[in-house]
Design a protein around this ligand. Structure first.
Ligand code: ZN
Ligand code: ZN
Length: 291
């Protein structure tokens, strides 16, 4: 049960119910009455399109922006993706103990995590991995193939497994990696294929946030982009650069945004102004629930 006091940090996805949406319902009703109804999953399967994942929850467990009192806020980012089939940890923040404390306070069991996805090598995303593996090593850690061997040794020494990611790949059903992007410092983004479309999760977006969203779109061009969330790396970006990014997001038809971590206050305000009701004020303790 969500009370009104919770609404700022608990975002329950609802579709737009404009005239077009009503028209779509009418069409669906006509199809149903005419015996033409078809389960979306069955139809998608025939067309060779993989079915989306239903009932996805995304909980931000590490962020320098905090939206819920009682959690430990530090520089860095981590989020937990919960689907009916699995639980994936995206990045680990800068400290294992802070990460685990926040997870427990948000009623998340570290033992439920089956896969860990590390976006890039920086300490504010990778630093909590060792501490987390000391708690739960029964996981597979997906890392960009360019990572130093010291990280692989650390994962193996903890008793966990790793997978080097070299290109676009499906980590677990419905949860994809864009593959490492960028020249020099490589970074991968996590893409969750939900009923509402793709949710693109970025750590620091060093390769450029637009390039990351384009890569996600190229991976599943038939799916809309429901949400882009995480660090957008715009701390030192000027207004015109942020405006160009917002225009690119419009071209890519990005429905909603939840920028946090290294996005910066000024860029966040610009996104909020441009996206209005479709701007989600994300941060530590925030929960997004997709149907
Ligand atoms: Zn970084
Ligand atoms: Zn970062």
């Amino acid at each position: 049960m969500i009370t009104s006091a919770d609404t700022s940090r608990h975002y329950v996805w609802s579709g737009h119910r404009g005239p077009l949406a009503q028209f779509a319902w009418l069409l669906a009703l006509c199809a149903l009455m005419g015996g033409l109804a078809d389960a979306p999953s069955a139809r998608a399967e025939r067309q060779g399109i993989k079915a989306a994942t239903a009932h996805v929850q995304i909980l931000t467990v590490f962020d320098n922006y905090r939206v819920t009192a009682g959690l430990k806020s530090r520089w860095g980012f981590a989020a937990v993706v919960v689907t009916p089939n699995t639980t994936v940890l995206f990045d680990t923040g800068g400290s294992g103990s802070v990460l685990l404390t926040n997870m427990r306070r948000m009623k998340l069991d570290p033992q439920a995590v089956e896969a860990i996805f590390i976006s890039h090598v920086h300490g504010d995303h990778l630093g909590g991995l060792g501490g987390f593996l000391a708690e739960n090593s029964d996981v597979i850690v997906y890392i960009p193939a360019s990572f130093p061997d010291s990280v692989r040794h650390m994962i193996r020494a903890a008793g966990a497994y790793f997978r080097d990611v070299i290109g676009p790949t499906e980590v677990v059903p419905g949860v994809l990696s864009t593959g490492p992007l960028g020249d020099g410092l490589e970074e991968q983004a996590l893409v969750v294929d939900t009923n509402e479309g793709l949710v693109v999760m970025t750590g620091c977006a060093h390769p450029g946030i637009v390039r990351i969203v384009e890569a996600a779109h190229a991976q599943r061009p038939d799916r809309p982009i429901a949400l882009v969330m995480g660090g957008f790396h715009l701390l030192s970006a000027g207004r015109s650069k942020v405006m160009r990014i917002i225009q690119a997001f419009r071209r890519l038809d990005v429905k909603r945004v939840a920028p946090s971590h290294c996005t910066g206050d000024a860029a966040r305000r610009q996104f909020q102004k441009a996206y209005g009701d479709d701007y989600i004020a994300g941060g530590l303790g925030h929960i997004i629930e997709l149907p």
